[in-house]
Design a protein around this ligand. Structure first.
Ligand code: FAD
Ligand code: NAP
Length: 314
């Protein structure tokens, strides 16, 4: 039999945006429920050192997220390990269905579902996912001790992953489609100084090559973006770090979106195109996409939800 829980504010997602919304909504005495989703703690649980969250010169991503969870819980936020599989924004109260079978009804909803790693979409990438192809160096780097690895991408994630992987790999090749990285300068500096890292400019991953028995990667074919020339690089691990796309599955047909899938919010607020539904963090933001900006938007969303509920009640 399915269980139904009612809350004034339902927070969906447990990254920096969700937990910060949890802190503020709890302190506004709204008794929020926060549903964590498949990745409790969000994207920062897939990294190691975080050096740009104010108050921490350096903190491990997973530790920071445990502190945020504890903070939200201590303020009174009810944190539930469930995944929302459907959100009905036509009914009032709003109605969210959990994978557990629980139905959550809510007077206001704060969406904080963040973003997920993008893939190149190659058949060979799909074929070797989990068998040498990964999008998470902290999760899988350990398997490649003493091996050669390639990383694809030119942003902060790609550079951080390449640096982190030098803890295990004998050599890391960073493959980028241009001759300029978009990663922060401090990270680029560390990358170029690292003797284990080679950068291959103007190349795209064309194919992952490997064996079926046992299933594993043996190398990659890369293509020069101008000449089309194909080169083969031997490696055992391939890390794809080409950015993230907003996790908008629950609302992509219901809310206004922008820039290819980010939830549109009114300027200077977290109000979406449906009154009572608020959005915060990487789900709405195609520009900054940082832990601290996500946390800031989580705060705004809780304050916006509080104001919305007060107006409804008045
Ligand atoms: P996310 O952290 O993406 O969390 C989304 C949450 O939503 C997850 O808990 C997930 O389980 C949940 N969710 C999704 N769908 C559902 C659903 N259907 N039901 C319930 N819950 C759901 N930023 C920095 O400022 N500094 C850094 O050093 C830094 N390092 C990074 C390293 C890596 C490898 C990556 C990938 C990102 C890094 N970032 C860093 C960016 C930062 O992690 C993100 O900007 C931030 O985590 C976004 O927070 P968020 O709360 O919007 O969402
Ligand atoms: P990103 O900044 O969007 O960079 C994606 C990179 O992948 C770009 O270099 C892009 O190339 C390349 N790329 C995209 N599609 C590609 C394709 N189809 N084929 C080949 N290359 C492709 O993504 P990100 O590095 O994951 O970072 C996401 C956000 O998280 C950013 O806001 C970032 O600042 C934040 N973050 C922060 C930290 C930190 O603060 N230390 C760490 C990690 C992430 P082009 O450059 O040519 O477009």
């Amino acid at each position: 039999m399915s269980d139904t829980r009612h809350t004034r504010v339902l927070i969906i997602g447990s990254g920096p945006a969700g937990y910060t919304a949890g802190v503020y909504a709890s302190r506004a005495m709204l008794e929020p429920i926060l549903v964590q989703g498949i990745e409790p703690g969000g994207q920062l649980t897939t990294t190691t050192e975080v050096e740009n969250y104010p108050g921490f010169t350096e903190v491990q991503g997973p530790d920071l997220m445990i502190k945020m969870q504890e903070h939200a819980a201590a303020m009174g936020c009810e944190i539930i390990g469930d995944i929302i599989t459907d959100l009905d924004t036509d009914s009032r109260p709003f109605r969210a269905t959990g994978d557990s079978g629980t139905v959550y009804t809510a007077d206001a909803v704060i969406l904080c579902t963040g973003a997920r790693a993008k893939w190149l979409g190659l058949d060979s990438e799909e074929a070797f996912k989990g068998f040498g192809v990964s999008a998470c160096a902290t999760c899988d780097g350990f398997f490649y001790r003493g091996q050669e690895i390639v990383v694809v991408g030119g942003g902060n994630t790609a550079v951080e992953e390449a640096l982190f992987l030098t803890n295990f790999a004998s050599k890391v090749t960073l493959i980028h489609r241009r001759d300029e990285l978009r990663a922060e300068k401090i990270l680029q500096d560390r990358l170029f100084k690292n003797p284990k890292i080679e950068t291959l400019w103007f190349h795209q991953l064309d194919e992952v090559v490997g064996t079926d028995m046992p299933k594993g990667v043996e190398g990659v074919k890369v293509k020069h973006v101008e000449t089309g020339e194909i080169t083969e690089i031997p490696c055992k691990g391939v890390f794809i770090a080409i950015g993230h796309a907003p996790a908008n599955e629950l609302v992509k047909d219901k809310l206004e979106l922008h820039n290819g899938g980010y939830v549109q919010v009114e300027s200077g607020s977290t109000r979406t195109s449906i009154p009572g539904v608020f959005a915060a963090g990487d789900l709405t933001d195609h520009i900054y996409r940082q832990a601290v900006t996500s946390a800031g938007m989580g705060c705004m969303a809780a304050l916006d939800a509080e104001k919305f509920l007060a107006e409804q009640e008045a």
